[in-house]
Design a protein around this ligand. Structure first.
Ligand code: C2E
Ligand code: MG
Ligand code: MG
Ligand code: MG
Length: 299
């Protein structure tokens, strides 16, 4: 430890940590102007039906094309944006962008167009303006509300009782779908979950992880996933598995009852032009494969 080596607490000084702090500070300071300058962009990852591999929806995943640092994944800036409050402006921008793109697919492909699923941070849910904002964006873009889904983490739903529930009810009344993201990583209590107006649970990728390899048959992990799927279905929800990376895993998740899947086995997060291409050529074999995942899915 620092004390034991006789140099006192100053031995804890770590220049690389300073650098990280400075980067964090610079990134949070730069964010408001970067939103104005449209340095952010959105990729869309297909949400695929387990049965026929049809693209039912897409998840909007934000990226930051930083002029000096290159393309940054949300892991680098979403937490910061939540701390500074910039998430409210950024979230609004992502929502508007996603609804505009979804409206274009709807105009061109009608009923074959995917719904768009947008991540909403806890902080946004506690903004009383969220509901009005969603209503306004739907009106401005002309996107049918059923083609919008909002993803919330358990964390967003379990911090406070009244406010989030009211916002959820309002969204539901608009006809917008609601999904619980990263399900199973938080502390949802079952009686609370039962009361929530939720349409979809997205099983966190960590559950499917050990179902990935062909050779390994892990009955405990399979039973856990099966139980969570049954729980979702008992609550009348659709179950989507995140992080599906292999065919073996997709097969197991399908047999365990998952309705939808998302992951590099099906498709990476893609630019909107690629989603349009998929819709124009609805043959799953022509989808951009996992090789592209590493190019377009920066974290
Ligand atoms: P998430 O909502 O759980 O999104 C899924 C993440 O898993 C994405 O990471 C996606 O690229 C990644 N992923 C997709 N397929 C696979 C796979 O087969 N294997 C593995 N290991 N990972 C896969 P990404 O794009 O880096 O986003 C990370 C998180 O950042 C998201 O997790 C979400 O919580 C947050 N995020 C992204 N966009 C937004 C946004 O617009 N607003 C807010 N508030 N949060 C966002
Ligand atoms: Mg999500
Ligand atoms: Mg997720
Ligand atoms: Mg996740």
């Amino acid at each position: 430890s620092a004390k034991a080596d006789g140099r006192g607490r100053w031995a804890l000084h770590d220049p690389s940590r300073d650098e990280a702090e400075i980067t964090r500070f610079a990134l949070s300071a730069a964010m408001p102007a970067a939103i104005e300058r449209e340095e952010f962009f959105v990729l869309y990852q297909p949400l695929v039906a387990m049965g026929d591999h049809g693209m039912r929806g897409v998840e909007a995943l934000v990226r930051w094309h930083h002029p000096q640092l290159g393309v940054l994944g949300p892991g680098r800036f979403i937490g910061l944006a939540e701390e500074t409050g910039a998430i409210v402006a950024l979230g609004h921008w992502v929502l508007a962008r996603a609804c505009r793109d979804a409206r274009c697919w709807y105009d061109e492909f009608g009923d074959a167009a995917p719904f768009v699923s947008v991540n909403v941070a806890p902080r946004q849910l506690h903004e009383p303006a969220l509901l009005g904002e969603v209503e306004q964006v739907l009106a401005d873009t002309g996107l049918p509300p059923r083609l919008l889904q909002i993803e919330l983490t358990e964390r967003a739903l379990t911090t406070d009782e009244g406010a989030p529930l009211k916002a959820l009810d309002g969204l539901r009344e608009l006809g917008v779908k609601i999904a619980i993201d990263d399900f199973g990583t938080g502390y949802s209590n079952l009686s609370y979950l039962r009361k929530l107006p939720v349409d979809v649970i997205k099983l966190d990728g960590s559950f499917g992880e050990r179902l990935r390899d062909e050779e390994v048959t892990n009955t405990v992990d399979e039973r856990i996933v099966g139980t969570l799927v049954d729980l979702g279905h008992a609550l009348g929800m659709t179950v989507c598995a995140e992080g599906v990376e292999t065919g073996a895993q997709a097969g197991r998740l399908r047999r365990l009852g998952c309705d939808e899947g998302q992951g590099w086995h099906f498709a990476a997060a893609l630019p909107r032009e690629d989603i349009r291409e998929i819709l124009a050529h609805p043959d799953v074999r022509s989808w951009p494969g996992p090789e592209d995942a590493f190019a377009s899915s920066v974290s």
